[in-house]
Design a protein around this ligand. Structure first.
Ligand SMILES: Cc1cc2nc3c(=O)[nH]c(=O)nc-3n(C[C@H](O)[C@H](O)[C@H](O)COP(=O)(O)OP(=O)(O)OC[C@H]3O[C@@H](n4cnc5c(N)ncnc54)[C@H](O)[C@@H]3O)c2cc1C
Length: 387
């Protein structure tokens, strides 16, 4: 059977699959049950160089494109794992690669590539502003050779497993800028240093085993050199990074989608009820076939987003549409998978309920479905702005 996913980068797929085989579904199930962090798995991915795929060779990485990076993420999810524990490392460093100074790149990237430093966390979302990012209230005020940070973030993932975090804060008050997207800046925060004075982390227990947190800043001082790029341009930098993030998440959803369709297809062939395999009933076949068709279609958009990104072309539309299609397809596949496992779909040992919970997140984070529809309506179709 031909699948778009299997026609490409077979060498990378084989190598990542071989690594993932050492961390089978049972490993991820146990980590999930313990609400732990897949430390060994992330360390193995880092040691093998997969987490440094996007870092140029000159800085110790493998200098691969977003297409290859997306294949790595897809394979992790397809093997029964969850890239959510480590995908931040892949796309957050991209912000540094694209917008950091040469001194920052030379200092941080080789250490990130070797695994000495983890840059897994990015703090954008705030409790009172939600998706309306330009209204964020966290401020960074320059005082001499320092910036002083005050404010609060919410749902900030993997900070407990990061050495560095990218922070979005307002450096010029909203009332003083011509465009609301101006006056925002991004910074590198040394997590351990910040925790000594000025930054407090409070974990948020949530539906998936995803390490995410509230983060509070009270007069946190960071060196002015930790500003990434130009002051006031941070929103633009974050947006370019988000296209890579959305495309990688699309690939993870596609990995999930194939995991669900493979799992349920196998089960439907074996499970005999009323004297025949349940998969012989068209009422069972059609939702699985429908989900598979949608995964394949989403996959084509994912590769188009990757192609445009790697060619240096604008890929905002394709990245958003790929994320939308892939998250929808993986969710449909998850529903078919849990439904046709009957009661066993709810038993943890089948891994279906865990993957079901994990893939549900992508309807909301890192961007909700409605906001993608709004982007397409207004930015692609030119309909009047609603906000
Ligand atoms: C597990 C997890 C991990 C996360 N990790 C991170 C992280 O590492 N860093 C980070 O910065 N953020 C992170 N987030 C935050 C995530 O990006 C946001 O939750 C998400 O973007 C939605 O924002 P919100 O929760 O504020 O929802 P809101 O903006 O409050 O929106 C609530 C709902 O209303 C809908 N809505 C809002 N406005 C409109 C409109 N105009 N039209 C139609 N519908 C609308 C939205 O689509 C959404 O469904 C994470 C979230 C979760 C759950």
């Amino acid at each position: 059977m031909t699948r778009a996913a299997e026609d490409t980068f077979q060498d990378i797929r084989d190598a990542v699959r071989a690594l993932c085989a050492d961390f089978p579904a049972e490993y991820h199930r146990k980590v999930d049950e313990a609400r732990g962090y897949p430390e060994d798995f992330v360390a193995a991915l880092t040691k093998a160089g997969w987490m440094a795929a996007l870092i140029p060779e000159a800085y110790g990485g493998s200098g691969l494109g977003l297409t290859e990076a997306s294949v790595i993420m897809e394979e992790i999810n397809r093997a029964g794992g969850n890239s959510g524990a480590c995908h931040g490392q892949m796309y957050n460093m991209n912000t540094l690669i694209r917008h950091g100074s040469e001194a920052q790149r030379r200092f941080y990237l080789p250490k990130i590539a070797s695994g000495e430093l983890r840059l897994q966390s990015m703090a954008v979302t705030e409790p009172t502003t939600g998706t309306d990012t330009t209204k964020i209230k966290t401020t960074a005020v320059k005082r001499g050779d320092r910036y002083v940070i005050n404010g609060q973030k919410v749902f900030i993932s993997r900070i407990q497993h990061s050495d560095l975090m990218i922070l979005l804060a307002r450096t010029t008050p909203l009332a003083e800028v011509k465009k609301k997207s101006e006056g925002l800046s991004i910074f590198l925060v040394d997590v351990k240093e910040a925790m000594k004075s000025g930054m407090v982390i409070r974990p948020i227990l949530n539906m998936v085993n995803h390490e995410t947190n509230e983060v509070f800043f009270d007069e946190l001082e960071i060196p002015a050199d930790n500003l990434i790029g130009e002051e006031g341009q941070g929103f633009k930098y974050i947006l370019t990074g988000l296209n890579a993030e959305r495309t990688l998440i699309a690939a993870e959803c596609i990995g999930d989608g194939y995991w669900f369709t493979d799992k349920v297809t196998q089960y439907a062939k074996e499970r005999v009820v009323f004297g025949r395999p349940i998969g012989q009933n068209q009422g069972v076949q059609f939702p699985i076939a429908e989900a598979f068709i949608e995964i394949e279609a989403a996959n084509l958009m994912r590769y188009e987003a990757c192609r445009r990104y790697d060619a240096g072309l604008d890929c905002g539309a394709q990245a958003n549409m790929a994320k939308y299609l892939a998250a929808k397809a993986s969710w449909e596949a998850a529903n078919a998978c849990i439904q046709f496992h009957g009661g066993f779909g709810f038993a943890c040992e089948y891994d279906v309920e865990r993957k079901f919970r994990e893939t549900r997140l992508y309807q909301v984070a890192p961007i909700s479905t409605n906001l993608i529809l709004s982007y397409v309506a207004e930015h692609i179709l030119g309909l009047p702005r609603s906000f």
